[in-house]
Design a binder for this molecule. Structure first.
Ligand SMILES: *[C@@H]1O[C@H](CO)[C@@H](O)[C@H](O)[C@H]1NC(C)=O
Ligand SMILES: *[C@@H]1O[C@H](CO)[C@@H](O)[C@H](O)[C@H]1NC(C)=O
Ligand SMILES: *[C@@H]1O[C@H](CO)[C@@H](O)[C@H](O)[C@H]1NC(C)=O
Ligand SMILES: *[C@@H]1O[C@H](CO)[C@@H](O)[C@H](O)[C@H]1NC(C)=O
Ligand SMILES: *[C@@H]1O[C@H](CO)[C@@H](O)[C@H](O)[C@H]1NC(C)=O
Ligand SMILES: *[C@@H]1O[C@H](CO)[C@@H](O)[C@H](O)[C@H]1NC(C)=O
Ligand SMILES: *[C@@H]1O[C@H](CO)[C@@H](O)[C@H](O)[C@H]1NC(C)=O
Length: 419
C-alpha cells in the first residue's frame, strides 16, 4: 500500500518535472524566436539572446537590463559584405614563434641618480644615453582618486587580470567588455577579473557618472593625472603599481585597449599552454624595428634618442599584451628610475622589460586585425579564429562575441560557466 503510494507520487513528480521542463523549453524557444531578427536596436536583447543559448548568465543579463535601462542602444549592420574572408591566420600555431637569444634582454644596472644620464643598451649592443628628460612617471607615488582594492581579492587563484586602458567618457566600451568576453563571471575552469584604468577629467558631470559606475561595478581605478593621449604612460605605470599592491594572486595580466575583442577561449586553449611555469615572456604582435616619428601626432621629442630614426628596442604595441603577473612588480620598480617617455607602449612594454632580467618576447600573428577584415571574418560561415581584433564601431564587440559563442560551441561548453 505505502509502496504503491510512493510509486504514484514519484510518477506525479516525474510528470511535473517533465512538464516544467517542456514549458521552460517552449518559453526559451518563443523567446529566442522573437529575438531572432538580423538587425537589433538594443544590446540588452542581444545579450539575452546570446545567453539564452544554454541559459548561461541569464540572471546577470536581466540584472544588467534593469541597471542600464536604455542607456546603451546598439545597432549592427549585418549585411556587411561577407565574401572576402581572410582565414590566412586561422589555426596558426604558435610553437615556433619564440625568438631565442636574439631578443633576450641585456640586463642593465639601473642608475638611481635622476639627474645623471639614463643609459639604454639595445640588442645590437649599442649604448644610448640621454640626459634631458622629464623624470619619472607621476603615478609612481601619486594618490588614487578612485580605487577598488578588492577586484582580485575574492578568489584565491586568479588566471587573468584583464587590464584595460580606457578614457573616462568611454562608458559604452567598458560595458561592452563587461557584457562579453571579459565578463568576470564568464569562465568556469579559469577565473578572470577586469580592471579599468583612467586618469583625471575636469568635467564634473562625467566624473560623477564615473563614480556611479565605479560604485556599481567596482572595477575602476582612477589615477591623479590628466587623462590625455600623451599621459598614457602614467596610466600604465599606475596599472603596474596597482597590480603590485593589490593583485598578487593573478597568474597572467592581459593588457588591452577598450576597443579590442579577444577570443578568450583561444587564449586559454592555445596561448596559455605555451607559458610554462615561471617563464618570463611577453606575448604580443611584436614591433621589432618601428619608425620613430619626429613630427605629427606621434612625434617624439628630438631630445629622446637623438639621431635615431627607429625605436631602439623591440616592444609590444598596447592593444593586446599577455604577460605573467610575476614580472610586473619588477617593471614597476624599474619605472622608478627609467625616465618618462610619452609613447606608452614603448615605455611599458619596451623600456621597462629591457630594464629587468631575462624577459623574452613571444611574437603573435593574429592579433590587431582591422575591424573591416574582422567583421567579415566573424560574419563568415566558418569559425573566426582571430586571437584578437579591433571593435571600434558600437555593437561590433557584441557581434564578434555572438559569432564566437555560436561558432565555438565546444570551447564554449568547456569554459563557460552554466547557471
Ligand atoms: C548597411 O550596409 C549596406 C551594405 O554595406 C549599406 O548599403 C547600408 O546603407 C548599411 N545600412 C546602415 C544602416 O548602415
Ligand atoms: C562583396 O565583395 C565582393 C568582392 O569584393 C564583390 O564582388 C561584391 O559585389 C560585394 N557584395 C556586396 C553586397 O557589396
Ligand atoms: C632640454 O629640452 C628642452 C626642450 O626640448 C630644451 O629647451 C633644453 O634646451 C634642453 N636642455 C638641455 C640641457 O639639453
Ligand atoms: C614622489 O616621488 C618623488 C620622486 O621620488 C619625490 O620627489 C616626491 O616627493 C614623492 N611625492 C610624494 C607625495 O611622496
Ligand atoms: C560635461 O560633459 C557633458 C556630457 O558630455 C556635457 O554635456 C557638458 O557640456 C560638459 N560640461 C562642461 C563644463 O564641459
Ligand atoms: C599629464 O598629467 C599631468 C598631471 O595631471 C599634467 O600636469 C599634464 O599637463 C598632463 N599632460 C598632458 C599632455 O595632458
Ligand atoms: C547572432 O547569432 C545568431 C545565430 O548564428 C544569428 O542568427 C544572429 O544574426 C547573430 N546576431 C548578430 C548581431 O550577429
Amino acid at each position: 500500500m505505502t509502496l504503491r503510494r510512493t510509486k504514484f507520487y514519484r510518477k506525479i513528480l516525474i510528470l511535473t518535472s517533465i512538464t516544467t521542463f517542456l514549458l521552460v523549453m517552449l518559453n526559451t524557444y518563443i523567446f529566442t524566436r522573437n529575438e531572432s531578427g538580423q538587425t537589433f536596436s538594443s544590446n540588452n536583447g542581444l545579450f539575452r539572446r546570446l545567453y539564452s543559448k544554454g541559459s548561461v548568465l541569464l540572471d546577470y543579463a536581466q540584472e544588467l537590463d534593469s541597471n542600464l535601462g536604455n542607456v546603451m542602444t546598439t545597432s549592427i549592420n549585418s549585411s556587411v559584405n561577407n565574401t572576402e574572408i581572410d582565414h590566412k591566420n586561422d589555426h596558426k600555431e604558435h610553437n615556433d614563434l619564440i625568438i631565442p637569444g636574439k631578443y633576450a634582454w641585456i640586463p642593465y644596472p639601473v642608475k638611481r641618480n635622476p639627474s645623471g644620464p639614463f643609459t639604454l643598451k639595445t640588442n645590437d649592443g649599442s649604448v644610448i644615453k640621454y640626459t634631458n628628460y622629464t623624470f619619472y612617471p607621476l603615478t609612481i607615488n601619486s594618490s588614487y582618486i578612485i580605487n577598488n582594492p578588492n577586484i582580485c581579492k575574492d578568489v584565491k587563484k586568479l588566471t587573468f587580470l584583464i587590464m584595460v586602458h580606457t578614457a573616462v567618457p568611454h562608458f559604452y566600451q567598458r560595458q561592452a567588455l563587461r557584457e562579453t568576453w571579459a565578463n568576470p563571471r564568464l569562465l568556469k575552469s579559469h577565473s578572470s577579473r577586469i580592471l579599468f584604468l583612467v586618469g583625471r577629467i575636469e568635467n564634473e558631470t562625467v566624473q560623477r557618472s564615473l563614480e556611479t559606475e565605479s560604485k556599481q561595478f567596482q572595477d575602476i581605478v582612477q589615477g591623479d593625472f590628466i587623462d590625455d593621449y600623451h599621459n598614457l604612460t602614467h596610466k600604465g605605470v599606475l596599472g603596474y603599481r596597482w597590480i603590485t599592491e593589490y593583485c598578487q594572486n593573478a597568474k597572467f595580466i592581459l593588457k588591452i585597449d577598450d576597443d579590442v575583442f579577444v577570443n578568450i577561449f583561444r587564449v586559454i586553449h592555445t596561448l596559455l599552454p605555451k607559458f610554462k611555469d615561471g617563464q618570463r615572456k611577453i606575448a604580443c604582435r611584436l614591433h621589432r624595428h618601428v619608425y620613430m616619428y619626429r613630427r605629427g601626432k606621434f612625434a617624439v621629442d628630438p631630445d629622446y634618442f637623438p639621431g635615431l630614426n627607429h625605436y631602439p628596442l623591440p616592444y609590444c604595441p598596447g592593444p593586446f599584451v599577455l604577460m605573467p603577473r610575476s614580472i610586473v612588480p619588477e617593471m614597476f620598480e624599474a619605472a622608478k628610475t627609467a625616465p618618462f617617455h610619452w609613447v606608452d607602449d614603448f615605455y611599458l612594454f619596451g623600456i621597462l622589460p629591457n630594464q629587468i632580467r631575462n624577459v623574452l618576447f613571444f611574437p603573435l600573428g593574429d592579433v590587431h586585425n582591422r575591424e573591416e577584415t574582422a567583421i567579415k571574418c566573424y560574419l563568415g560561415d566558418k569559425p573566426c579564429n582571430y586571437l584578437a581584433a579591433y571593435a571600434w564601431t558600437p555593437g561590433v564587440m557584441y557581434m564578434y562575441w555572438n559569432s564566437t559563442l555560436n561558432m565555438h560551441t565546444k570551447l564554449f561548453k568547456q569554459y563557460v560557466k552554466k547557471r
